[in-house]
Design a protein around this ligand. Sequence first.
Ligand code: PLP
Length: 639
Amino acid sequence: MTSPAIHPCFLGPYGENDTLLEKLVVEFLRDHVYWRRNFHPEDPPAIPTGAAGEPAFRDFEARMRRELHALSASLKRSVPFHSPRYIGHMVSDLLLPGLAAQFLTLPYNPNNVSIDAAPVTIDLELKVGLQLARMFGFVDDPARPDCAFGHLTSGGTLANFQALRLALALKAFPVALRAAAPPGLALPVDDEAAFNLTPSATVALLEAWNGWLAQQTPAERRHWRRALAARRLETLGLADFLARHPTLRSPRVLAPVTAHYSWSKGMKLMGLGRAQLELVPERGMRLDPGALEDILERCRRDRQPVLLCVGVLGSTEFGTIDPVDELVAARERWAAQGLGFGVHVDAAWGGYLATLFREPDGSLRKLSDMREEFQDFPAPEVHAAVGALAKVDSITVDPHKLGYIPYGAGAFLCRDQRAMALLAEDADYVFSPGEDGDFFRRYRQLGRYIPEGSKPGAAPAAVYVTHRVLPLDHQNFGALPRESILATGAFRTAATRFAARLAGRLHCSVPFEPDSNLICLALNPAGNRDVATMNRFVRALHERLSYDPRQPLQAREFFGSMTTLRPEILGAEDTARVLASLDLDPATLDAGGEDDDRIVILRHTLMNPFLLDTGNGISYLEMYFEYLERTAAALVATP
Ligand SMILES: *Cc1c(COP(=O)(O)O)cnc(C)c1O
């Protein structure tokens, strides 16, 4: 049964909390108007009191109303994300505090590019960075020099770009510093050593350089800053930079096969090239540490530098969680061997699950305490992965996914904010603490550090207020992912019952045990052994679970999504296992026919907070499986 803690959180599937939201919107709209009037009340109204009676005014209003009604009417064809019947993609209802904060902030229209345009919401954005940092176990005390720093982006895609940008800046900085050769500063022995530092080692070097600069005269300081700037990758571009350092090769990014396609986009955008993105094989859709070790061994042998090793916390297609602890251990081990790289975790989807692992005092919750609360969650590996987040170099997380915040709100977090100086747009990558003031002053010109320029202040306001109302620990915000994890357990149990009930008519299996709240189903009509035939069947099933512009919305009982398993990604062992579970003939996979090079499966995102019986005897999950049974039976009858 849904926890009462959830009841005031959302507008609700039926709009149950409509009066609450209406009150808030009206109250703060009025509040905004009073603010306008109180700015120079002596100024007369610019729009005459009688203006609303003018014909042109009435015309305009009529046109506006007509268009708004048209918009409102067409928006009725939107996908019903709010409904517990929607278990498709990574979106659900919106948290009321975030929605109300957005409404409230919109008419002020703050622009978080800089403090001049957003005197209030820039601070909120920086505080959101600290709130998220705490959720992951990073240092969140802005008085500490090694405090984390985070900012919002339009989404996870841009946060991943920022991770690449920062990693590249960190990798190339020591090489440029060697080339500038400030006398008396201890520098790496050669270009390769310089290009193979870990992010932490580079930050230490940056600190040493700042200390060195502080001892120079102002004129010398200027000279050396210019000398460094002229040699940086950011000035020269990758081609010229590498040409000047012939022992270096373009660095590679290692990411799991489940990596989101934003990584491919990012490699292209950075000019690194898609070919430099190497996918690490999986086991059960989790990055295989043994395979990573082999790749790193080869990189060292080939003197192939590695920019980043990416782990995914909640893969987009399967919700699986990579062994982040193993990535961190590999970073330490290989750095000692002269192959330094950063570890970035793409937690765009799963980041907010970390609230379940966090005590209100900020410490990590014990595995045993958590296992008392759930059936099979978290797996010890998942607990170890979340525990290791505190040690990674950077993280992507999407408040607009499991944070239940309106689009677009992604976030990028960097464990040690001192690294951010390397991204600053003017050559102000040199600051010593006293010089640049405190944390909040330093990032006041936020646009200097982020990929975007103008950007909404309303989004950070929404995230900030939400995190204040629901602090990011298991007792508060954790109520939401808790519901979602419980729903996944219930879905898993229901799937087993479904498979047993349909035995003899339909093969049904869960290809990967869920690490979190995304679960897939593979389905094949009994008697069929052909992959292409099964794919046709599942695609037809999926069609009945997706938006159809030709039909009224109400004709759809449920919304789901679909994904595919490709053998080259799945690996031989897992492919054989999945095929066997569906009684498919392996010879029909990739047999040269149409649509037979992959296995099509249904995918379910269980983030709606009202999926479980809410006390009125309705379980949407049970209803879903009944719907699936009916639909599958109809499809088998009339293929
Ligand atoms: C959704 C997602 C992204 C991309 O985020 P957007 O907000 O859609 O830009 C990146 N990585 C993972 C793992 C995701 O789930």
